[in-house]
Structures are given as C-alpha cells and as structure tokens.
Design a protein. Structure first.
Length: 270
C-alpha cells in the first residue's frame, strides 16, 4: 500500500511511538521468557552439559519457553528499532513474521478441525512419549502431574498407559517400588488428608480394575481434554480472537508506518 503526501509528507509520530510501545512489551516479555528458561536450565545443569537436552525423549518444557522467548525478543527488538530508526527492512521483517505466525495459527486451527482423528493420534503419541520420560525431567513431571490432577485423568487413554514408563511398567524386570502403580496425581484426593500421599498409587494396577474407581482416576487425559473443550469453547475462542486482534493491530501499525516512510522518501526524491 503506497500513498503520497507530496510537500507535506511526514512520518506520523502517533503510529511511530504506538508501534514502539507495542513492541517494547514483546521485547520485555521475550527477555523474561529467556531469563526464566536459562535459569531453569542452569538449575537442571543443562548449561554445563547440553547432551541432557538430546537425552530426553519427551518434551522439555524449558525448550518451549526458550523458543517463545527468542521469537518474542527478536520480533520486539526488530519492531522497536525499526520504529525508532524508521528502518523499512526491520519493519518489513517484523510485519512479515507476524503475518506468517498469524497464517500458521489459522492453518493449524483449520487442520485441527478438519482432521480431528489425525490430531487425536498425534496427541496420543505425544502424550505417550512424554510418559516414557516422566522421571527424566522434573519440569515435564510437574506438567503431567498438573494435567492429571486438574483434569481428573490418568495416562493418555487410561491408567494402563503408564506401562510405557520403565518405572511403572508391570511387565518389565525393573525392581522399582512404583512397578504396577501410577503417579500420585492419578489418585482421587482424600478431602480429610492435608498432606499429599505420594505413595497412593503404588501397586494399584495389581488389583482388579473394578477396584480402581475408588482409588484413582480411570479416564484418559485425551478424553478429559476432549470433554473440557466444548465446556470452555467460549473462553478458547475469546483467547484466540484476542491474540488474533493483537497480531492484526501490530500488522496494521507496521504497514502504516512503512507507507509513511516510503511516502516521505518519495516526496524527497522530487
């Protein structure tokens, strides 16, 4: 989009500093994510031995935090400097990346709606891989425990999925005390207990399935999440719309500022 103001062409200070303010939030959030990710890695000793990242077969949540931090830091820096210095290259980089992320989000949403069975299979596979690495990473362990506790679920499809983990596997030769059990987050909480019983899931899968209902959650987390989504569809839709509007607003500011800069350059060329 190009337009010309001829002799009175100028860059709007309003759009310039509004875009700067918009991006300073991105930049500061990126710094916060990066700091949190690096601190978490230092606590786990990853910074001194990077092979610990490749040794984890599941998802290391810190990697996700760092990736988000790098993207936000880079976009915020490009947007801030591009706006203050009126640098078209940096502004186009910022704008193009936001457009790409926006289109990617739309594509993922459409694909998830059209290919629900394929998405369900990928989620199941993802969850099972993370169950295998449950004891390998404390952050991953906390996320799985929170997911199971909040959604009153256990495993991907059910408690039997904990056979994917060597410590809980009933068929393995392991002498683990947790063999044929489930994590404490699968246990139905006792309101009378003020202290969490971390051993409540021991040996539970040695009992008949009819006895499981009284002690642990038997619903798989995939089914629990599928039931959660329809109940909270308005919240999910609201969050998605809010994020989309913020992205569109950033694209609008960047494109307007680019047009102003190009108009000034065009008027000065005459």
């Amino acid at each position: 989009m190009h337009y010309y103001r001829y002799s009175n062409a100028e860059v709007s200070c309003w759009y310039k500093y509004l875009l700067f303010s918009y991006n300073i939030v991105f930049w500061l959030a990126g710094v916060a994510f990066l700091a949190a990710g690096l601190w978490a890695w230092s606590e786990k000793g990853v910074l001194s031995d990077l092979t610990k990242v490749t040794g984890l077969h599941g998802l290391d949540p810190v990697v996700l935090v760092l990736v988000v931090g790098i993207v936000m830091f880079t976009l915020g820096f490009a947007g801030c400097v591009g706006a203050l210095r009126e640098n078209i290259c940096l502004l186009k980089f910022f704008c193009g990346t936001i457009v790409f992320i926006f289109l990617l989000e739309m594509a993922v949403a459409v694909m998830a709606f059209l290919f629900q069975d394929w998405v369900r299979d990928r989620v199941k596979e993802f969850f099972e891989n993370n169950i295998k690495s449950y004891r390998d990473d404390i952050d991953l362990q906390n996320i799985i425990d929170s997911l199971q506790r909040i959604n009153h679920c256990c495993g991907a499809q059910g408690p039997e999925d904990w056979d994917f983990n060597i410590y809980f596997d009933c068929k393995s030769e392991s002498k683990s005390r947790e063999k044929c059990g489930v994590p404490f987050s699968c246990c139905i909480p006792d309101p009378a207990q003020k202290v969490v019983n971390t051993q409540c899931g021991y040996d539970i899968r040695k009992k008949s399935k009819s006895q499981w209902d009284d002690q642990i959650f038997v619903k798989g987390c995939i089914h629990a999440l599928e039931a959660w989504l329809p109940r909270n569809i308005y919240i999910v839709a609201g969050v998605f719309i809010a994020i989309s509007l913020l992205q569109i607003f950033g694209i609008f500011l960047a494109r307007t500022l680019i047009s102003d800069i190009e108009a000034v350059k065009a008027s000065n060329a005459f």
